[in-house]
Design a protein around this ligand. Structure first.
Ligand SMILES: C[S@@+](CC[C@H](N)C(=O)[O-])C[C@H]1O[C@@H](n2cnc3c(N)ncnc32)[C@H](O)[C@@H]1O
Length: 253
């Protein structure tokens, strides 16, 4: 999964937001930085470039992501960690960053409370979340393709997980419940770019948990063909460009 995620989804979907988040982090001139849900390390490598004096500790729940990320961004210290049970002492970081990870945490208040614990007083928490599915043209087209290919029981991963925490008021309330002061929340729309809808379909169908959901339902090649057809009908043939909307949060411990 990490290799397909890195090859097909990182350049098309995640890199533009990593550039944005790394630039916001660099403005804070952080010393000790903890990254959560680092995946294959796209934000990690941009952070190391944008804030070269920072000491970056990159973590992820998934050991395969940690192993992949450690080769991609070796300037960080990599460690397996669940955001809800961080293996770090109190107050050891100046900044915690997380790109498109908080939606995956089963209990956000518990995870945010852990982030608050490991931050020094006045430390910052900087992260982004996706907006509703309809504001992400690639993933809305993917979901439409899955619903056409598997009408009886389509995988619901994209509406319920990546796009299932898309109300900024709820995110802000969870931050406040964990002891943070919300300093800023911005809506940000960037353009996704991919060589083709076939590349996007390969990324989403092999580099995300949708892979297992499609395997369980059988006939992967037919699902892939229908998904590509629907995505091409919606996004066009050849190289594709489409808007993707996220929210960016700055909070202070
Ligand atoms: C959409 S990926 C984002 C990865 C990376 N930040 C990026 O921008 O490419 C979500 C990541 O969250 C990780 N994750 C899921 N649950 C987690 C948890 N409880 N604690 C830490 N990481 C988690 C997954 O393993 C996955 O790598």
């Amino acid at each position: 999964m990490p290799a397909a995620y890195e090859q097909y989804l990182v350049p098309a979907v995640f890199r533009p937001f990593a550039e944005d988040l790394a630039a916001r982090a660099a403005v804070l001139h952080p010393g000790r930085v903890l990254e959560l849900a680092s995946g294959t390390g796209v934000l990690t490598s941009h952070l190391l470039t944008a804030a070269p004096s920072a000491e970056v500790t990159a973590t992820d729940l998934n050991e395969a992501m940690v192993a992949f990320g450690a080769t991609r961004a070796p300037g960080a210290v990599w460690r397996q960690a669940d955001a809800q049970r961080l293996p770090f002492p109190d107050g050891g970081f100046d900044l915690v960053v997380c790109q498109f990870g908080v939606m995956f945490f089963p209990d956000r208040i518990e995870a945010f409370t852990e982030v608050h614990r490991v931050l020094a007083p006045g430390g910052r928490f900087l992260f982004n979340t996706w907006g509703p599915l309809g504001t992400h043209a690639f993933e809305a087209a993917l979901q439409a393709g899955l619903e056409r290919a598997l009408p009886v029981d389509p995988p619901r991963f994209f509406p319920t997980v990546p796009h299932g925490y898309a109300d900024p008021a709820v995110v802000a309330a969870d931050l406040t419940a964990a002891g943070f002061a919300v300093e800023d929340e911005q809506e940000l729309t960037l353009q996704g770019r991919a060589a083709s809808t076939a590349d996007l379909a390969t990324g989403y169908l092999t580099g995300t948990p949708v892979r297992v959901a499609v395997e369980e339902r059988g006939d992967g090649p037919a699902v892939r063909a229908t998904v590509i057809e629907e995505m091409t009908a919606r996004l066009g043939p050849g190289p594709v460009t489409a808007p993707m909307t996220a929210y960016v949060f700055h909070a202070a411990a």
